[in-house]
Design a protein. Structure first.
Length: 362
């Protein structure tokens, strides 16, 4: 029995070492795979690679190193960031530099890819060919966060082909008045422009398809970090690590929340915006990453029981949530406030908090 186990282990060791590999000198950040073309797109610091998935040969290599005249975020010391309150493993290996371009977003769009980076103060978003990475469209607007430690999370809706984007603010570099917290952006026409509801009002007001932190004073103190986004039945969902509300700013009481809003283009996001806390059992309150499966209709999340990853008592757990239970939880939250008139509306970091008022018809 012992010899058989030894032979099996030895066989697997030999098999695993006989693999194809390719070396990169610059840090790799994220990748996507397209099964229709059998192509891997790798986003690294200063480079985007197109790779044949069969033999890992490089098909295209685009150098995204910043130009001398580009605007850069001046953060050069990672310890100055808010990561002291929460440990984010995704960006822990990155080191900011004035001479580096970091990838913030990479998404598949039919036979092309959307790439957004931190160069030009978050204003570098491009649509490129999937195979040869040729430039198809370019946006000069400021779209994503300027620092790799404050990521931008987005997905392209299969229902209306709109990019839904959530930005975590870099308080030292991101212009609050230019980059919305959450926005819906066009892909086909007026590339990455914010959807306008044609009300004739300013693009910076709530007439556009955006959500903004209305209290500017809160931006420097309110901890709000976007982790994952997805859609389900014409509704957009994002998961965050954030303060419970403005009452906990000084104490930094953090929790995981799931938020949602309807994807109708006839009203602003704030009209249907709602968020509720989400935990994994009684002890695991802090989300690390998540994944929604359309096949199983389940949302999976990896949680830990502490805000820091290197604590001696840190442990992890995985939870799965059915979308039926999530939708029911949102329904009950809405009913409690708008139908029963119980509690407070909350969300004081978006607009002034008020007591819930019953809208029941007599």
């Amino acid at each position: 029995m012992n010899i058989e186990i030894f032979l099996i282990i030895l066989f697997y060791l030999i098999t695993l070492t006989n693999t194809i590999k390719i070396h990169f000198s610059n840090p790799l950040q994220r990748f996507i795979y397209d099964d229709s073309t059998n192509t891997i797109i790798l986003a690294s610091v200063n480079h985007i690679y197109s790779i044949n998935a069969s033999d890992l040969s490089i098909l295209s290599d685009i150098n995204l190193s910043p130009q001398e005249n580009e605007n850069h975020c001046l953060i050069t010391n990672k310890t100055s960031l808010l990561t002291t309150n929460y440990y984010f493993p995704i960006s822990s290996y990155l080191f900011p530099s004035l001479n580096s371009t970091f990838n913030q977003l990479i998404l598949l769009i039919n036979n092309s890819i959307l790439i957004c980076s931190t160069s030009n103060r978050g204003g570098s978003c491009q649509l490129r060919s999937l195979i040869n990475l040729n430039l198809l469209k370019n946006s000069s607007q400021r779209i994503v966060s300027s620092s790799p430690f404050y990521p931008s999370i987005g997905f392209i809706s299969e229902n209306n082909h709109i990019l839904y984007l959530a930005n975590t603010y870099d308080i030292l570099c991101d212009p609050f008045y230019e980059i919305p917290t959450i926005s819906g952006r066009l892909i086909d026409k007026n590339f990455l422009s914010i959807i306008n509801l044609n009300s004739g009002q300013s693009a910076l007001q709530q007439s556009t398809y955006t959500l903004r932190l209305l209290n500017i004073r809160l931006i420097k103190d309110f901890f709000l970090y976007y982790l994952y986004g997805f859609e389900h039945k014409n509704i957009s969902y994002f998961l965050t690590i954030q303060q419970s509300d403005i009452h906990h700013i000084r104490k930094y009481k953090l929790q995981t929340k799931i938020l949602r809003f309807c994807q109708t283009l006839k009203q602003t996001i704030i009209k249907s915006y709602i968020e509720i806390p989400i935990t994994c059992g009684e002890n695991y309150h802090y989300l690390i990453t998540a994944k929604f499966s359309k096949e199983t209709n389940l949302l999976y999340g990896i949680f830990r029981n502490t805000t820091l990853a290197n604590s001696s008592n840190t442990s992890h757990a995985v939870c799965a949530y059915s979308m039926d239970s999530i939708r029911e939880a949102f329904f009950q939250a809405i009913k409690r406030c708008l139908v029963d008139g119980k509690g407070y509306r909350g969300l004081g970091f978006i607009s002034p908090d008020i007591h819930c008022t019953s809208n029941k018809v007599s």
